[in-house]
Write a protein that binds this ligand. Structure first.
Ligand SMILES: Cc1ncc(COP(=O)(O)O)c(C=O)c1O
Length: 422
């Protein structure tokens, strides 16, 4: 009766079963998987959403790509330096050198914008997920392939399946600070590969696409007439960025779709506003926009109130972005310090994003470790396999929880892992 786009089995995994049982028994749990910024005790200005009640929204003026002023505000946000917040990572000096792997560099400003961006190339969507769906419809016939990084965002599997697109993983190299494994990516290309997807900073590794990988990708995409889809929803959240990080929205020699949204940039997932920036050779951009207009016009999914409010939400929401940056910076510093005393656990260096990855001894499977942490330590973390890491054992924690919750949770995780090793 039902389509095969949906999973054949709908049964919950073992960790979810444990969690449901403990929650039903009223056991308090420390949740280090919380990535909802509105549930993380951040101080949102109480009137932040007042612009949604603007009387101009009483008039419906459907426009496939969205309201011109809102598109202008998004375009303007790319011209500004992103996330100009000094990150307090100095204190960890020696701890990081011993235990934090990857390409740690001193702090420098976050990814720069592409400079002047035309609002004509900005398309509003209700979420990044919807943006993916529109791009898959634009680029792929059923069964066509899109290359996706591994490890990365677990929702890709469903996003691809729901649009009948074959998502083919390419490897990010754990031993090279998650650089693209170019040989692996090239092996995955087939005549029906329509696009290469990158996530920068990536969820959960926090790694950004390196400048040389970006140039290589752009050339490959141009030569093989493929598009690039660049998910930059975490671009405003640098942690230990490299100086060469920059947005794909500036790419002009291959057709490129760069995604962002308010759910991360100003911590407002509930208002449902995201966007696609289209760049590349003028002919390709024009052809893509003409087709995207048909898709967008079919759904007209972005509400008028959020479009009218967008310029003010982007401006006023900066304080929420600042609060999130302060939170993730503080929690990451605490994590690095706590791990400094635990030789069995390694903290991987995130260049940006809202999560951190711990490598722990694989003396049991990730599922066993995570279940023990839940059942014995009453602390919830994600196992690496949720994100398709190619080896065990990794644990993924959100950097968003309130500091007291975070510190308590990390102490429980480290105690649980230490117990395992003994
Ligand atoms: C890499 C990545 N892209 C997109 C999203 C979702 O964004 P949206 O809420 O706009 O659909 C997430 C959410 O965590 C994410 O991790």
């Amino acid at each position: 009766m039902f389509s095969s786009r949906l999973p054949a089995r709908l049964t919950p995994n073992a960790v979810s079963v444990d969690l449901a049982r403990l929650r039903a028994a009223g056991v308090p749990l420390v949740d280090l998987t919380e990535t909802n910024p509105t549930a993380a005790g951040l101080a949102y200005p109480p009137d932040l959403l007042a612009p949604l009640a603007d009387a101009r929204s009483l008039r419906y003026r459907p426009a496939p790509f969205g309201d011109a002023e809102a598109r202008g505000a998004v375009a303007a946000s790319y011209g500004k330096p992103r996330a100009a917040l000094s990150l307090g990572l100095k204190a960890q000096g020696s701890v990081r050198q011993r235990h934090v792997r990857g390409s740690a560099t001193p702090w420098s400003p976050g990814p720069s914008g592409p400079g002047e961006l035309s609002p004509d190339r900005v398309i509003l969507t209700s979420s990044t997920s919807e943006a993916y769906s529109m791009l898959f419809k634009l680029l792929c016939d059923p069964g066509d392939a899109v290359l996706v990084p591994r490890p990365s965002y677990p929702l890709f599997d469903l996003l691809g399946a729901l649009d009948a697109v074959r998502l083919v993983p390419y490897r990010l190299d754990a031993d090279a600070a998650w650089a693209i494994d170019r040989a692996d990516l090239e092996r995955r290309l087939t005549p029906d590969t329509r696009a290469i997807l990158v996530v920068s900073p990536n969820n959960p590794t926090g790694s950004c696409v390196r400048a040389d990988d970006r140039d290589w990708l752009v050339q490959l995409a141009r030569e093989r007439r493929m598009a690039i889809i660049a998910d930059e929803v975490f671009a405003d959240y640098p942690l230990c960025p490299r100086p060469d990080a920059s947005s794909f929205a500036g790419v002009d020699s291959a057709l490129t779709f760069t995604l962002g949204g308010l759910s991360k940039s100003v911590g407002l997932p509930q208002v449902k506003l995201a966007w696609i920036v289209v760049s590349g050779p003028d002919d390709d951009v024009a052809a893509a926009l003409a087709r995207l207009e048909i898709i967008a016009d079919t759904y007209l999914s972005v509400s008028t109130p959020v479009q009218v409010a967008a310029p003010r939400l982007i401006a006023a929401g900066r304080v929420v972005g600042d609060a999130i940056r302060a939170r993730i910076t503080r929690n990451f510093a605490h994590l690095a310090e706590a791990i400094g005393t635990r030789p069995e656990t390694t903290l991987l260096t995130p260049e940006g994003g809202w999560s951190a990855v711990l490598r722990v001894p694989a003396i049991a499977s990730e599922e066993t470790i995570v279940r023990q942490l839940v059942v014995d330590g009453h602390v919830v973390v994600h196992p690496g396999y949720f994100f398709d890491f190619d080896r065990e054992a990794y644990l993924v924690v959100s950097l968003l929880p309130q500091p007291d919750v975070f510190d308590d949770g990390i102490a429980r995780v480290l105690a649980g892992v230490g117990e395992e090793v003994r």
